[in-house]
Design a binder for this molecule. Sequence first.
Ligand SMILES: *Cc1c(COP(=O)(O)O)cnc(C)c1O
Length: 231
Amino acid sequence: MSPESHSAAEIPERLRQVKEEIVLAAEAAGRKPSTVELVAVTKTMPAAAVEDAIEAGQLIFGENRVQEAQAKWPALKALHANLELHLIGPLQTNKVREAVALFDVIETLDRPKLARALAEEMKRTGMRPRLFVQVNTGEEPQKAGIVPEETADFVALCRDTFGLVVDGLMCIPPFDEEPSMHFALLAKLAKELGLDELSMGMSGDFEKAIAFGATYVRVGTAIFGTRVLLD
Ligand SMILES: *Cc1c(COP(=O)(O)O)cnc(C)c1O
């Protein structure tokens, strides 16, 4: 364990603090706190840490890898009703079956091939995870997500060609840039497209994201401590 890793006793307290900061940020932005949901990001964290958060009342969680989530979440979901699991990392088409079976929200829809695979699997199984489109607001070549100028066409393709319902947009701003213009761009795109949900903001910038209209903030480190394993 790294010295920054939070002990079990700290998780409920950290969670409480983050929730309080969310309420304050929403109020400062003139928004109802209930319009902002916290996605507690548990990638690399053991099931015991997740249990601590669940016991403290947290129901919405995020994982960035299908395989890791598959090892952790079926047992947790069997034990606890009403959990909502979000996929916040890239989805390969060969993992679509597992992802549709496990996740309640898939935030990283970003290409036609994936839209087709999701549509086929959702039709085959009748399972209907909610879908957000990931936008590469910084147009970083190595990063997943559809570029901003292609977002409208892609959302239309998802809807008209594949019959998918897109509920919102998600972004991960460039690591080394001030995130505000990325949050503003995502909010503007969502508004133009009539999409209600905006997943943006992480431990370092969720208050700012709330000011720009985030309806889901994805927070890991501030709740669970520094990740020891690679993510
Ligand atoms: C890990 C991760 C987060 C959480 O990041 P923290 O800085 O630990 O809060 C949010 N979103 C995505 C897509 C992630 O992969």
